[in-house]
Write a protein that binds this ligand. Structure first.
Ligand SMILES: Nc1ncnc2c1ncn2[C@@H]1O[C@H](COP(=O)(O)OP(=O)(O)OP(=O)(O)O)[C@@H](O)[C@H]1O
Length: 283
């Protein structure tokens, strides 16, 4: 009898997936998991709306808490991010970076002002619309959220399940291609526990970019890594994003990686410093 592994429902919700069968543990490296997107979520983004502005934030305010405990954490944010742009967001702890990132990713509902992501107004958007947007976004977090019971290859393949137009064969091929691109050709059948921190983060990048997302949101992806691995991670992200025309919004405290940005924006006490343009030298 195989042991039945319970997959966190939080994790599946995050991927907007529904588990069709219990997962026997451990899976053999070649085994393919069967998930399907929840039927009501099968709607596509109309990329005709995009006009090359991927994130368009106007006069956005955000509050936590209610009544006497209500506290404003974002103040009149205005930010436009174009197609293929790599924008780094810096700022002191508590300045609102993660809040702005999670709002941009449809992981939190914006309340006031306007926030268009991939052409969709997220203020007041239905759950269905939000899920539709999220399917076109790749997320990379400091905690890589890999499933321990799945190999590197299977973890990456899971992201392909969000896209019903991709056949199982295509999903497998694309996952292999992405793991090759992040330099993990020799580690595809490894489980996360047998990978280093940098290697796990590479798997997370391969997973985030697996289905050609239009937007990648990364929250301190190098925080847990030594400087060499951190550098490698952002360079891989930069290269893949430029090749695929993907937009990246990345929160970072890591001064050593600022040069990968096309633009740096700075948050201070919930306010965005505007026109903080980085001049990247070619030398
Ligand atoms: N769920 C929440 N409920 C209430 N307050 C929150 C919540 N999440 C964040 N905050 C508050 O909102 C403010 C901004 O937090 P946020 O996590 O966005 O900052 P940050 O710039 O990402 O910080 P760090 O660099 O430390 O991660 C902080 O004052 C924080 O305490």
């Amino acid at each position: 009898m195989p042991t039945i592994l319970s997959v966190s429902s939080h994790y599946l919700n995050y991927l907007n997936l529904q588990l069709l069968v219990p997962i026997p543990y451990p899976l053999s490296p070649n085994q393919m998991l069967t998930f399907k997107p929840k039927a009501q979520d099968l709607v596509n983004i109309d990329s005709g709306n995009l006009n090359d502005i991927v994130v368009d934030v106007q006069h956005l305010n955000h509050y936590f808490g209610k009544g006497n405990l209500k506290k404003q954490v974002l103040f009149d944010i205005n930010l436009q991010i174009g197609k293929g742009e790599i924008v780094l967001m810096t700022g002191p702890s508590g300045s609102g970076k993660t809040t702005l990132l999670t709002l941009s990713g449809g992981l939190r509902s914006p309340q006031e002002g306007s926030m268009k992501v991939l052409g969709v107004e997220m203020v007041g958007a239905s759950k269905r619309k939000v899920i539709e947007v999220r399917r076109n976004i790749g997320y990379i977090f400091q905690a890589h959220n890999l499933l321990k019971s799945l190999t590197a290859q299977q973890n990456v393949q899971m992201a392909g399940q969000l896209h019903p137009q991709m056949s199982s064969k295509e999903i497998k091929e694309r996952a292999t291609q992405m793991l090759d691109a992040v330099g993990l050709s020799e580690r595809k059948s490894y489980y996360p526990d047998n990978l280093s921190g940098g290697q796990k983060q590479r798997v997370a990048i391969a997973r985030a970019l697996m289905s050609h997302p239009k937007l990648v949101l990364a929250d301190e992806p190098t925080a847990a890594l030594d400087s060499k691995s951190g550098r490698e991670i952002v360079e891989i992200m930069q290269k893949l994003a430029k090749e695929q025309g993907t937009t990246i919004l990345m929160v970072t405290h890591d001064n050593r990686i600022l040069d990968v940005a096309d633009r740096i924006v700075h948050l201070e006490d919930g306010c965005l410093a505007q026109n903080d343009v980085l001049t990247v030298s070619d030398s």
